[in-house]
Design a protein around this ligand. Structure first.
Ligand code: SAM
Length: 255
């Protein structure tokens, strides 16, 4: 993923502060929301870190924060290494090449961020690395699609949501899920909550209403086309009709 693609503008602002020259990184608003959910002084892993923008941004503004930037692919891994070096953060950000959570050891971090990927990939990364995150208190996930898979994984692995946010950026809607580990079984969510998000339903931010308002006609068209098939997949149609009902229950029929 190139810099343009993510519209992350790095501006070297040479600000004279009491401490002297400070380099700042300006992130996309999506990643800024994610960053705001990282507890201050956290030791966190950013999995799929690309240019390591997020860990650099957090460590530049929080001198107690430390990070592991994990990357699977060589190109983004090299970009992350260069960025961390450029920001003079090599003592606080360790860039590691590897698949998902394999780059962290158990007990190494208290917070894990996985952003900018599909929900199924995020769920698989969490599941494959579940034995490495026993002591991780907070998981911040930002699935680009299929947030439901991530919510379901969290609730079946002793995590519960403590907040959610939906934002619109450049015509795309992004959901941010913030979950914390809790002892014992988490009370599960309803299927509707797994689909739409319990906090998002509760808050009904304008971006939530706008996102689902856009989905309604698309889903209606898909259902119509599926019904016209020679051998309609009734189970799938039923599931889509149910989702449509949930959406309309929350944002109204004629929104
Ligand atoms: N997290 C950044 C963000 O939100 O802007 C970058 C998102 S980018 C779309 C996804 C990144 O995850 C890519 O750099 C890709 O190489 C990396 N990636 C994909 N699968 C991965 C995996 N299994 N483990 C680690 N990194 C992965």
């Amino acid at each position: 993923m190139n810099e343009e693609g993510f519209r992350i503008i790095i501006q070297k602002a040479f600000l004279f502060t009491w401490g002297g020259l400070v380099d700042t990184i300006h992130l996309s608003s999506r990643l800024r929301y994610v960053a705001n959910y990282i507890p201050s002084g956290a030791t966190f892993a950013d999995i799929g870190s690309d240019h390591a923008y997020l860990p650099c941004y957090v460590c530049l503004r929080d001198e107690k924060a430390k990070a592991i930037a994990g990357e699977l692919n060589e190109g983004p891994y090299q970009s992350a290494l260069q960025q961390v070096k450029k920001q003079q953060l090599t003592d606080r950000i360790d860039v590691r090449k590897g698949d998902g959570l394999s780059v962290i050891q158990p007990n190494e971090v208290d917070t894990v961020v996985i952003a900018g990927m599909g929900g199924t990939l995020i769920k698989n990364i969490l599941h494959d690395g579940r034995h490495r995150i026993h002591n991780v208190k907070r998981i911040i996930a930002q699935p680009n699609v299929d947030a439901r898979s991530v919510r379901k994984w969290l609730y079946s692995h002793h995590y519960r949501l403590v907040d959610e946010k939906i934002i619109e950026e450049d015509g795309y809607y992004y959901e941010i899920l913030v979950a914390e580990q809790q002892a014992g079984e988490s009370k599960s969510l309803t299927e509707k909550e797994y689909y739409l998000g319990p906090f998002l339903i509760e808050n009904k931010d304008p971006a939530f209403v706008a996102k689902w308002k856009e989905v309604i006609p698309k889903k209606e068209r898909v259902i119509q086309n599926m019904r016209k098939a020679k051998q309609p997949d009734t189970e799938k149609i039923q599931a889509f009709v149910q989702e449509l009902t949930w959406i309309k229950e929350e944002i109204g029929n004629d929104s």
